[in-house]
Design a protein around this ligand. Sequence first.
Ligand SMILES: Cc1ncc(C[n+]2csc(CCOP(=O)(O)OP(=O)(O)O)c2C)c(N)n1
Ligand code: SF4
Ligand SMILES: [Mg+2]
Length: 351
Amino acid sequence: MTYLVKPKLHHPNLPKNRLGFTRRDYEGPVSTLCAGCGHDSISAAIVQACFELDLPPHKVAKMSGIGCSSKTPTYFLGQSHGFNSVHGRMPSVATGASLANRDLIYLGVSGDGDSASIGLGQFAHCLRRGVKMVYIVENNGVYGLTKGQFSATADAGSTSKRGVGNKDQPIDLVSMALLLGATFVARGFSGDKKQLVPLIKAAISHRGVAFIDCISPCVAFNNHAGSTKSFDYVREHNDAVNAIDWIEGRDEIVTDYEPGSVEDVTQHDGTVLKLRKIEADYDPTDRLAAMSYIQTHQARGEVVTGLLYIDDAPGDLNDRMNTVDTPLNRLGEEDLCPGPNALAAINASLR
Ligand SMILES: Cc1ncc(C[n+]2csc(CCOP(=O)(O)OP(=O)(O)O)c2C)c(N)n1
Ligand code: SF4
Ligand SMILES: [Mg+2]
């Protein structure tokens, strides 16, 4: 993978977080994506979120598939673990890693081609099983890396850069995620960092599978009139239902909102998401209502963004499979291979 190393020098007065790291410590090498690519803004939002959450970089594992989007983990969290898998196969690698070591924070970054086309089956099973991870799709409606073919999320009727119309129906990943039982579902826009950073922070603090569909315009192949994934289109049709302003826990809470316009969602780990309601009637804890709202607004050509659904007491795959707390690589031979008598007992119990 190509990359340019960033100079290590930085201003001595850069703010530090509780671990003593600056924002620069969460960056990676210089991105080689096209200037203006939405994916780079998402990387910047991930850097900001991890810095603000005081995450120890060695506690994060970045997982991805293949595509411009899947290249981006190279450009953030340069001191974290990473695995760049095969096209569309990130979820199965993340599933295995998360079962083997529940101590790490898994940050999966994928593309709409990677997750809605070749990797649709993997995407579906990862969400349905509740793999404890943050799953971000950087959604530009095209296969950017292979020069702009329509992906499965391209809207019917939208046109390619050369003016060809897409006749196929789109796959809406947030609707699918809701249907599949994901316990945290959000949609962001790479052009709205103010909304995206808190969404990523909330997703990282979620105890189950957290999915973010992030519209991320491809400036090289899908940012023209006729595209529904362009900067202009999303800005003009963005229907934000709420905004997370911060996650309580240690920060001083300062609010100037009208009483009633802020809703608290307390997560399993005690963090509280402060949701500022933009759509008064939108309830992010009602899965069915969220599905109906998203579909209704989508039919009008609107792009619904914000925290769309959250289950504040989610389960995850590790809980259901009762996996050990200790990462497998820290267990001794005795635990990993308890011998023929233990195997015989297990076999006998299954007869
Ligand atoms: C098995 C396999 N099939 C096809 C390809 C070719 N290929 C590479 S990236 C890509 C699509 C990437 O699109 P997306 O996931 O949307 O990422 P983007 O580049 O748009 O960010 C394809 C088809 C491949 N690398 N491997
Ligand atoms: S081709 Fe598109 S998706 Fe890929 S780096 Fe360029 S702008 Fe981004
Ligand atoms: Mg794409």
